[in-house]
Design a protein around this ligand. Structure first.
Ligand code: ZN
Length: 85
């Protein structure tokens, strides 16, 4: 099964939040960092800016109840696609 990773926080998804060809974003909200796919992550710079803001506010989960008890921020950030790090 293919995995996609949030460009901001690296959370894994089992579908592409940007569409099969990465050009039709779902405009859904990342359950972890709260980025709206296709809006705040439309470019490398906007993605990095969103991540900086998210981290500076304590890297809170957008849906706190979905946060795993053994969540590892550093490990998840390492999954961010290389071109968006
Ligand atoms: Zn995210």
């Amino acid at each position: 099964m293919a995995f996609w990773y949030c460009r901001v926080c690296g959370l894994d998804y089992d579908y592409s939040p940007w569409g099969p060809n990465e050009d039709e974003p779902s405009y859904d909200t990342c359950e972890c960092c709260g980025v709206q796919f296709g809006v705040d992550d439309y470019s490398v710079l906007s993605t990095q800016a969103y991540r900086r803001t998210w981290l500076s506010k304590g890297a809170k989960w957008f849906y706190p109840k979905l946060q795993p008890t053994d969540w590892d921020l550093a490990a998840q950030l390492a999954q961010v696609p290389a071109q968006y790090q």
